[in-house]
Design a protein around this ligand. Structure first.
Ligand code: SAH
Length: 225
């Protein structure tokens, strides 16, 4: 898989996408991430990529032309399955969307900044819009990092047994059961007895019960879908 991310602040993406599970997936060759600075196609000596908005609203808007040139440069090299714009009014990111995107070959992710991007980009160049929730952030970089992380950890081979995705929350419309590690007692706080029983059947039953109980209490809509 290959993910190309277009941004005006590449520094915001470099660290989140080069460590831990994502960093290892890159090293193993399971995914390539290419971060592109939109200023490459900026105008004039200041490599300007934004301008005042028509209609006089406060805030700068990313211009069509640099984005058009950047996306065309990438599309000339290879086919893309999706050109995604991170946007507060997009589809809210879910495990289902992450699962679906983890099966794609090449995707572009465009990060907005300032007041957003010229709407013509969304109308003509974007195939999908994704939000990380109903709140507004300063730029699309952190949302893009969240999206990329949620996708990459699902690529076969990215997770080892120790970090298996199958038992994670949402994977089967259930939240994950609580987890504990050594010591079995700390400060008088005990690990549930059943987990120390060594009986896999009882442990599985307890975990299933906990998953259903937590889902009913914390995310009831998952059970009714
Ligand atoms: N004026 C816009 C917000 C712009 S915020 C509006 O009201 O909808 C600047 C950029 O940050 C956006 O272009 C988008 O790329 C990104 N962004 C902000 N919040 C986001 C969210 N919840 N999900 C995904 N991207 C977001």
């Amino acid at each position: 898989m290959r993910i190309d991310i277009i941004t005006v602040v590449p520094e915001l993406l470099e660290s989140p996408l080069s460590h831990s599970i994502v960093g290892r997936a890159i090293k193993k060759g399971l995914v390539e991430i290419h971060i592109h600075n939109l200023r490459k196609y900026g105008k004039g000596p200041r490599q300007q990529v934004d301008d005042y908005s028509y209609g006089g609203d406060a805030g700068m808007v990313i211009m069509v032309e640099p984005v058009f040139n950047m996306i065309n440069e990438l599309k000339a090299e290879r086919e893309y399955d999706e050109v995604i714009y991170m946007s507060p009014d997009g589809d809210i990111l879910s495990q289902g969307i992450a699962n679906e995107l983890s099966l794609k070959g090449n995707i572009i992710i465009l990060c907005g900044h300032y007041k957003g991007i010229d709407h013509r980009i969304r109308e003509h160049l974007i195939t999908r819009e994704i939000s990380v929730g109903d709140y507004v952030l300063s730029g699309g970089e952190l949302p893009a990092a969240i999206l990329a992380d949620s996708i990459i950890r699902l690529i076969p081979g990215a997770l080892t047994d120790e970090t298996s995705a199958l038992s994670d929350s949402f994977q089967d419309d259930l939240l994950s059961p609580p987890v504990y590690t050594r010591p079995s007692e700390f400060n008088g706080w005990k690990v549930p007895e059943v987990l120390l029983s060594g009986n896999p059947k009882l442990i599985k039953e307890w975990q299933d019960e906990q998953a259903v109980e937590r889902t009913r209490r914390l995310r009831p809509h998952l059970l009714s879908e």
